[in-house]
Design a protein around this ligand. Structure first.
Ligand code: NAD
Length: 284
């Protein structure tokens, strides 16, 4: 399959999906927002009316292009560099975003990566890198988000004090041979998200996750960019199409908006039915 690139025209078209601008007056930070799912979330949050901080750690040109498209389509965005595995850089990223927008209402800890290996060959650095970005990075962003929500206090843009949308994966519940570090990090995201939701929801902070299935992005290009690969991937997806960053962007807007005000501590699977275990479709 061919992935349609985002550009200024598509950014303008996204705005028509949100005629009531459910996030108007709010500001958001998305990590790993210069590629794939993070870009989809940043662009949809902006189209729904939020000012957006686009985090990146490499490829500043891609981040700047997204920021330019958002600003030129009438929205507001800035690019912010940070390695989410670094406490110091995450704290500095939050300071920059808050200085630009006054506060943050929505935080999407999305940055993630894979370092795949059979378990006998997996190195400590492969294990640590995945844990540091996928799990520690989300912890740091959630902690800083909650501190900022508390510092600012309630304001009248949302029923909640703040919203956090973690980027998990279907692999928070589906074991994944050859990817033990990745599956462990996403299983960790699941219970971290639920534990923090339990801890802070009485302060009107909503913490939830999205668990994408197979979404066509650079992280998994070999799984979808040839006809053979796509056909093999579709064997796992009851809905029979590969997901797009737009699918996750729209779910992210909903979880960040008051339309989901009673949704707390939940993982929203956006996976075309992948977690329905397609292999059992004919009776097992
Ligand atoms: P991607 O490779 O397109 O994007 C990942 C982003 O994270 C990139 O912008 C990358 O630069 C950034 N990143 C990596 N390390 C970072 C660091 N230390 N600090 C800051 N940013 C960093 O992949 P994607 O598919 O868009 O993945 C986004 C998230 O979605 C990840 O958490 C991934 O695990 C999750 N996810 C993806 C899929 C899928 O099918 N694509 C499925 C389930 C979950």
């Amino acid at each position: 399959m061919v992935l349609e690139e985002y550009n200024l025209d598509r950014q303008k078209a996204l705005i028509s999906l949100y005629p009531h601008q459910p996030l108007r007056g709010q500001s958001a930070l998305v990590t790993g927002a210069n590629s794939g799912i993070g870009e989809g979330c940043a662009r949809h949050l902006a189209a729904a009316g939020a000012a957006v901080a686009v985090n990146y750690v490499r490829n500043p040109e891609a981040a700047q292009k997204i920021v330019d498209d958002i600003n030129q389509s009438g929205g507001k965005a800035i690019a912010v560099i940070a390695d989410v595995a670094s406490e110091e850089q995450v704290m500095s990223m939050f300071l920059t975003a808050v200085a630009a927008f006054g506060t943050l209402d929505i935080v999407v800890p999305n940055a993630g990566l894979q370092q795949d290996s059979k378990i006998e060959k997996m190195t400590v650095s492969q294990w640590d890198l995945v844990m540091n970005v996928n799990l520690r990075g989300q912890f740091l962003c959630i902690r800083e988000a909650i501190n900022e929500f508390e510092r600012r206090g309630m304001h009248d843009v949302s029923k909640a004090l703040g919203k956090i949308v973690c980027m998990s994966s279907v692999h928070e519940v589906i074991p994944w041979a050859g990817h033990a570090n990745y599956a462990a990090s996403k299983g960790g995201v699941m219970l971290m998200m639920k534990s923090i939701a339990q801890e802070v929801s009485d302060r009107k902070i909503r913490v939830n996750s999205i668990a994408p299935g197979a979404i066509a992005t650079p992280i998994n290009r070999p799984a979808w960019d040839t006809v053979d690969a796509e056909s093999k991937l579709l064997d796992l997806i009851p809905y029979n199409r590969v997901g797009l960053p737009d699918d996750i962007g729209q779910a992210c807007v909903w979880l960040a908006s008051d339309a989901s005000d009673y949704v707390v501590g939940t993982t929203l699977f956006v996976d075309g039915g992948m977690t329905l275990c397609e292999g059992f479709a004919s009776g097992g």
